[in-house]
Unconditional design. Structure first.
Length: 424
């Protein structure tokens, strides 16, 4: 049995290539079945996100053409040149494939080091494969194991504790100023991706109330509705500004959306309760002199980038601890994998022993039926069974001694827990 991981990601392929080999959720199950039906693999899980497409395959056959086979399948399935895939495709096998999956699950192979979203994506991909019945004992064990290791890394390291996105950093800074956000109101200016991510983080941290302002009211309403917020236009901001404890702004405006005078008036209405403001826009949405006002904490995107870089360095230190955990867990998994090789041997040995037992017990029963003494039958049963079971090992050990196969003799001593001089 062989394990391979094939894939390409943000490090090996540009988005123009990644998007060509992406598997949509609607096509994923079909792709899994296609590989199994073509007998290209005996087990398969496909992980497909915006940053990576990876195939984890188990093969029962041994061939040097496995990479070529999978590359051709990907090329045919997505109708793209195989040469293009070869340029960007990476391949891991055996313990390297195990290590790769564990690193991916722990966020160590992500564009943003330590990000937790990938784990949920892997779980979703695994569940799809499991429901499609394209996994068996091995990949079930491997993926469940990866989830356990990811949990251990999150528990035993601080790799995910420091924010490394602008939106997350903004929310974390707000928490440092206000503590619990359950009693606070946030004003989000804009409706783009960064503002949406900030809204999500604020919602997850139990923000009390959210106001979304945008030049297009319909866009503001769409975002506000998702998080039970209230939508306004940019022109309405001065009316509602004093309500906001947190202001996060990211628009494409070429002029200031908030002026010093407007913020000064809001602070007066708030009776000098502090206001936390983050200006993520370039050019800036909030007049820089707003930062000179008392009771206002104004951060620009550059200020947040300093926080993010500090946190990235912190994550890199924690990543070293995570790598140590993964190294240990890879060793444990490989040990379990190796144990599978002896399962068939153990089953055959047990089956052989059962056959011997069945024959000898039947003979003992006939002896009892013929009037033999129970003591005589028990003695026959024990003597014959032990001799039968030991016959083949003894023959092999004698031959090993004759041939000078000391390794087999040593193995037998360990297997049967015998002192060294017992086999001399």
């Amino acid at each position: 049995m062989q394990l391979f991981a094939f894939g390409l990601n943000h490090n090996t392929a540009p988005v123009s290539v990644r998007e060509q080999v992406n598997f949509s959720p609607e096509r994923l199950e079909h792709a899994l079945h296609d590989i199994i039906e073509r007998e290209l693999a005996t087990e398969i899980v496909i992980i497909s996100t915006c940053n990576r497409t990876e195939l984890y395959c188990v093969f029962e056959y041994d061939t040097s053409d496995i990479t070529h086979i999978i590359n051709n399948w990907l090329s045919h399935y997505h109708n793209i040149p195989s040469q293009l895939l070869q340029t960007h495709l990476y391949v891991h096998d055996k313990d390297n494939a195990v290590r790769h999956l564990l690193r991916v699950a722990c966020g160590l192979d992500s564009m943003v080091l330590g990000e937790p979203q990938i784990l949920g994506q892997i779980k979703s991909a695994y569940n799809t494969a499991k429901n499609a019945k394209t996994t068996k004992r091995f990949l079930n064990k491997l993926f469940e194991y990866s989830f356990s290791v990811a949990k251990q890394v999150r528990t035993d390291t601080a790799i995910g504790s420091s924010p490394v996105s602008v939106a997350f950093a903004a929310v974390r800074l707000a928490q440092q100023i206000f503590g619990n956000l359950q009693d606070n109101t946030a004003l989000l200016i804009g409706a783009g991706e960064t503002i949406e991510l900030a809204a999500r983080h604020l919602h997850e941290n139990k923000l009390n109330r959210m106001i979304v302002a945008n030049r297009t009211l319909e866009k503001a309403r769409k975002l506000a509705k998702e998080f039970a917020g209230y939508a306004i236009t940019l022109e309405e901001i001065p009316v509602h500004l004093a309500e906001a404890d947190v202001v996060i702004s990211s628009t494409a405006s070429q002029t200031h959306v908030l002026t010093k005078d407007e913020v000064k008036q809001a602070i007066k209405v708030r009776k000098h309760r502090p206001m936390f403001m983050v200006d993520i826009a370039v050019p800036r949405d909030i007049e820089p002199s707003v930062g000179d006002l008392d009771d206002v904490y104004l951060y620009s995107v550059d200020d947040l980038n300093e926080v993010i870089q500090d946190n990235l360095r912190s994550r890199e230190q924690e990543a070293l601890k995570a790598e140590e955990i993964i190294d240990t867990q890879v060793t444990h998994f490989i040990s379990w994998w190796r144990s599978l090789d002896v399962v068939t041997t153990i089953c055959n040995l047990r089956e052989q022993s059962q056959e011997h037992r069945h024959d000898i017990v039947n003979k003992a029963k006939r002896m009892l039926d013929n009037g033999k003494s129970p003591y005589e039958v028990v003695d026959y049963l024990a003597h014959t069974l032990s001799n039968t079971l030991m016959h083949s090992p003894c023959v092999q050990l004698r031959q090993a001694g004759y041939d000078g196969q000391t390794e087999l003799i040593t193995a037998a001593q360990q297997l049967f827990q015998l002192p060294d001089d017992d086999l001399m």
